[in-house]
Ligand binder design. Structure first.
Ligand SMILES: Cc1ncc(COP(=O)(O)O)c(C=O)c1O
Length: 384
């Protein structure tokens, strides 16, 4: 069997043609493909505004700046995420407060977040970054109520969940990144994600002020609205109003992303079928202690099972050419965060999850034969 990764991009002839078209055009960057992608993506998730950026990390960084994270400010997030989620707070000199996950959903446990907020007598906590881990969308309605109670903002890290949704108290489907409850949401277009652009990111929001500020921050803090120039009205003249970055996406990447986006719904449908197959097999296996399961609105970026002897299983699968992966080494146990006082035992649910979790291959072009091979290899391992 050839190598089976845990995630893989799917590039079609249409994708290649879309990129070629840009290469033959006048605009490799800052051209019309960027707003076209932003419009298509905003429509896909149901948000008012979208800003395309260089990657998901840049999206997080710009969000933290736009929400005025300053030295001394504290922000709550989960340790079961990629390091970038937490690091954006450190970029701005803030402190990260890791809070434990719910063992069933693998998402931030709102009861524990509330306890942390209640204990914050000096009101140092300014925001919360829930993560739609593995593609399961956080109930952002209840997080909004909590955030409002404690005067906090919310960034929804939706990197794993474009096309996913949760059901709110009115039984409505609320899309990840729709901006209905979170102030800002971010996405990544890294090749293992649903929409592959090589590198790429998106910020979505319904807040016009934040949108405009982030547009300026994406390009060095240079005022994008030329009618607002203060000191001169010459055609060539531009003004920088605050310290920004070059966090732009190229038109080449945007063209690939638009082409991919046109197949995103099919991709999710395929991921759901794969997830359902895993669920049906593993729900009756004694060695499986937990799994992503069959969850409405889940975007299945990852399909996780929790098992004993995880390390040996991982090695066994690797020998079969199956590249299952572990998501994630808990962020609070990274040497960088240990140096700031975090240690083993601080977040027991996340740490226990880390000791048993393994992400199985899920991507739209995974064949039945490949998935059957993954399943039978795991079954074979536990027979021993
Ligand atoms: C949950 C999460 N947040 C943030 C990021 C950062 O995105 P990027 O790799 O595009 O910078 C990633 C991607 O790896 C991620 O999985």
């Amino acid at each position: 069997m050839k190598k089976i990764p845990y995630g893989r991009q799917h590039i079609t002839e249409e994708d290649i043609e879309a990129v070629n078209k840009i290469l033959r055009s006048d605009w490799l960057t800052q051209g019309p493909t960027i707003p076209a992608f932003e419009k298509a993506f905003a429509d896909y998730v149901g948000a008012k505004y979208a800003v395309a950026v260089a990657n998901g990390t840049a999206a997080l960084h710009l969000n933290a700046i736009a929400l005025n994270v300053n030295p001394g400010d504290k922000v709550i997030t989960t340790p079961v995420t990629f390091v970038a989620t937490a690091n954006c707070i450190k970029y701005c000199g803030g402190e990260v407060v890791f809070s434990d996950i719910d063992p069933e959903t693998y998402l931030l446990d709102i009861v524990k977040v509330r306890k942390i907020l209640e204990a914050d007598k000096n009101k140092e906590i300014k925001g919360i970054i829930p993560v739609n881990f593995a593609g399961r969308v956080v109930d952002m309605e209840v997080f909004r109520q909590l955030a409002d109670e404690f005067n906090c903002w919310i960034i929804e890290d939706a990197c794993h969940s474009p096309g996913g949704y949760f059901i709110n108290s009115k039984k409505e489907k609320v899309n990840a990144g729709s901006g209905r409850y979170a102030d800002l949401a971010i996405f990544s277009f890294h090749p293992v994600k649903h929409i592959a652009a090589g590198e790429g990111g998106m910020i979505t929001t319904n807040d016009e002020k934040l949108y405009k500020r982030i547009l300026n921050l994406r390009t060095h803090g240079i005022q994008q609205d030329y009618s607002k120039r203060i000191y001169d009205d010459a055609l060539w003249y531009y003004e920088m109003h605050e310290l920004g970055y070059n966090y732009r996406l190229t038109d080449i990447q945007a063209a690939l992303a638009i082409s991919q986006l046109s197949r995103a719904k099919e991709g999710i449908a395929k991921r759901k079928t794969i997830a359902e197959n895993y669920f049906q097999v593993f729900k009756d296996e004694k060695y499986v202690k937990g799994q992503s399961g069959n969850v409405e609105g889940h975007a299945y970026h990852l399909y996780v099972i929790e098992v004993e002897r995880r390390k040996e299983l991982h090695k066994y699968l690797r020998n079969q050419n199956i590249y299952a992966q572990i998501h994630y080494v808990p962020v609070h146990l990274m040497p960088y965060y240990r140096d700031q006082g975090w240690k083993e035992g601080d977040l027991p649910v996340s740490e226990k999850y880390y000791s048993t979790c393994i992400s199985l291959p899920v991507f739209p072009t995974l064949t039945d034969e490949e998935q059957n091979f993954v399943v039978s290899s795991i079954q074979e391992f536990y027979k021993k």
